[in-house]
Ligand binder design. Structure first.
Ligand code: GLU
Ligand code: ZN
Length: 295
């Protein structure tokens, strides 16, 4: 199949090195794009400097290169996109679709993470406040290519959410929607930890008049204690000389058959074969896979 209009992307956060879980996500997204001769873009989600690990950006790019996951065009850095984000926040605020919130962390305790709307009609000024987007009392739904139908009632299950933090940093939800639209992304392939972020993103797309991309959420690789890889400890970088075995393992994590003869192949050869045989319908329809279950 050839779909030259396909535009996929990988959007790592430079808070640490790529770990096996992020390799699986990068590989799935790369294969899904390359299987149809689509484009594959790389975007560094460096919107949170305090959480950034020095050297992580370069290390991530180097690992992707060594593993043969070549991207098209220049890398986009979200840290270079603040003007675009600011313009949209300003527009949403002046239209009354977003408002300033001065609640402290303490005030927001005990609401199951759902914003109780304290500042919704307070008319606070922007200075020194977080900016929240007003959500409608509506269900947002989509059909995930692997996980199937997913829906969320934004008012009841999420509440008005932050698009710009009190410290001025832009929220992931805002940046991801603006950049996916700006880069013309048609297909989003990422970890299932983001499945329940998607309805918020659908709402933002609708509000801003963007078309809705297709979504494919792959099972998240988790540690024996159920935590996301790389969350509770700082993962070491993926070794360059482990590229072939780790790519083969990542393929199996995605339910793809691997030819035993490939253990001695180069990463590029493994990818070339995998791309021809990519079967996204073989990805397990589950939210997590324990790393220990992978062979
Ligand atoms: N930056 C996010 C992550 O590293 C991915 C965001 C996305 O793919 O939408 O988990
Ligand atoms: Zn508030």
């Amino acid at each position: 199949m050839n779909d030259s209009r396909y535009i996929g992307r990988f959007a790592p956060t430079p808070s640490g090195f790529l770990h096996f879980g992020s390799l699986v996500a990068a590989l799935a997204s790369w294969l899904d794009a390359r299987a149809v001769d689509g484009r594959w873009l790389l975007r560094m989600e460096d919107t949170d400097p305090p959480r950034e690990m020095p050297g992580a950006r370069d290390a991530i790019l180097q690992t992707l290169e060594r593993y043969g996951l070549e991207w098209d065009g220049e890398v986009v850095f979200q840290s270079q996109r603040h003007e675009a984000y600011a313009a949209v926040v300003e527009r949403l605020f002046s239209m009354g679709l977003a408002y300033a919130c001065t609640c402290s962390r303490k005030q927001l305790e005990g609401h199951n993470g759902i914003y109780p709307g304290f500042c919704r009609n307070a008319g606070h000024v922007r200075e020194g406040a977080a900016i929240r987007l007003r959500v409608p009392e509506l269900i947002y739904r989509f059909n995930d290519r692997v996980q199937g139908p997913f829906e969320q009632h934004l008012g009841r299950e999420v509440g008005d959410f932050v698009i710009q933090r009190r410290d001025g940093l832009y929220a992931y939800q805002l940046a991801v929607v603006l950049d996916d639209a700006w880069q013309g992304v048609t297909d989003i392939v990422r970890g299932a930890d983001l499945l329940d972020n998607t309805p918020r993103q659908l709402y933002l797309q609708e509000l801003l008049g963007f078309s809705q991309p297709r979504y494919l959420h792959i099972p998240l690789i988790v540690q024996p204690d159920g935590h996301k890889l790389g969350k509770s400890y700082r993962s070491p970088p993926l070794e360059a000389d482990q590229a072939t075995p780790l790519l083969l393992r990542a393929l199996r994590a995605l339910g793809q058959r691997t030819d035993p003869a490939l253990v001695n192949a180069s990463p590029a050869e493994v990818l070339a074969v995998a791309r021809r045989h990519w079967q996204p319908e073989h990805i397990a329809r589950q939210l997590t896979v324990p790393e220990a279950d992978l062979h």
